[in-house]
Design a protein around this ligand. Structure first.
Ligand code: HSE
Length: 308
């Protein structure tokens, strides 16, 4: 008898918090089923929904690596766990696909072993899994996917993550065009140097966004939702980005930016009607230019990964 865990998609960065902010979506997400087996260590028995692209070698697979890290930390070298991974979201989408697998893998093994670690303690193992995908140590997808809500990563190395309150009724619309951008490529185009004036604007907006979320001040959230550093560099990877961003603002979105490393974009909306309208408008703009896409409507999921 095994355990299945669902880990949701997430939106990282939230425009002004590169590698720092992330939020948890209701769906889509990935599932991992874990059960004991005779072979010591982690074995990946099967992967569905990946089109044969993901490695079955646990150390090279985000779910497998995160699961290994949990098992190693428990220290019982004879225990064997077999995983079945169900990818239910696209790669290179900017919705935290590799993170969702890492979170589901770590949590499924933890549940199978009768929870030696708290959810928060799993964060380190999920980040080790995520690192397999892009070589970087960033928690802005794994933390919200695991813990739910909107999360600020104050310091990734010490796993100092803080939950931020979410005003009632906020909705997020994520639109995923049928284009693949790998996170490592989207990170590689970023300049190492940043103008001091842009840092000042960015940190002011990051502070403003967080105060707005704490105080339920939608106008402050909206004024703060402007990325002066990352979006100007990455927008060139996303066809017609400024056209669809402008349309989302016209329709009442509080913010609209690139979801994680792209190519998905998201609209941060005060209610479900605005989110629906943004989804229709953004997908219509892309359709007009011959780009197909999928629209995901979601609240901000307060729970994160869960046993199913
Ligand atoms: N913060 C990361 C990035 C998220 O933007 O590269 C990747 O999903």
């Amino acid at each position: 008898m095994g355990v299945s865990v669902f880990a949701p998609a997430s939106v990282a960065n939230l425009a002004v918090g590169y590698d720092t902010l992330g939020l948890c979506l209701d769906g889509p997400g990935d599932e991992v089923y874990a059960e004991f087996c005779d072979t010591p260590g982690i074995t990946i028995a099967s992967i569905e929904g990946d089109g044969g692209k993901l490695p079955l070698i646990p150390a090279k697979n985000t779910a497998g690596r995160a699961a290994q890290a949990v098992l190693e930390a428990v220290g019982n070298v004879r225990t064997g766990v077999s995983l079945k991974i169900h990818k239910k979201m696209p790669f290179g989408s900017g919705m935290g696909s590799s993170s969702a697998s890492a979170v589901a893998g770590a949590m499924a093994v933890n549940e199978l072993l009768d929870r030696p670690f708290s959810k928060y303690e799993l964060l380190k193992f999920t980040a080790m899994g995520e690192q397999v995908a892009d070589g970087a140590w960033h928690l802005d997808n794994v933390a919200p996917s695991l813990l739910g809500g909107i999360v600020l990563v104050r310091d990734g190395l010490t796993l100092d993550v803080q939950s931020i309150p979410v005003p009632d009724g906020l909705r997020v619309c994520v639109v995923h065009p049928d284009i693949e951008i790998l996170t490592k490529d989207s990170r590689a185009i970023l300049s190492d140097s940043v103008l001091l004036g842009d840092v000042i604007k960015q940190q002011s907006n990051l502070g403003g966004l967080i105060i707005g979320l704490y105080n339920n001040d939608l106008e402050l959230i909206s004024r703060s939702f402007k990325d002066h550093i990352i979006e100007p560099q990455r927008s060139k990877l996303i066809p017609h980005f400024y056209e669809l961003q402008s349309e989302a603002f016209d329709l009442g979105a509080l913010g609209c930016s690139i979801s994680g490393a792209g190519p998905s974009v998201f609209a941060f909306c005060p209610n479900a009607d605005v989110a629906e309208n943004c989804g229709v408008a953004i997908s219509s703009i892309w359709a007009k230019h011959g780009i197909t896409c999928q629209v995901h409507q979601s609240g901000i999921n307060p729970v994160g990964a869960k046993v199913i």
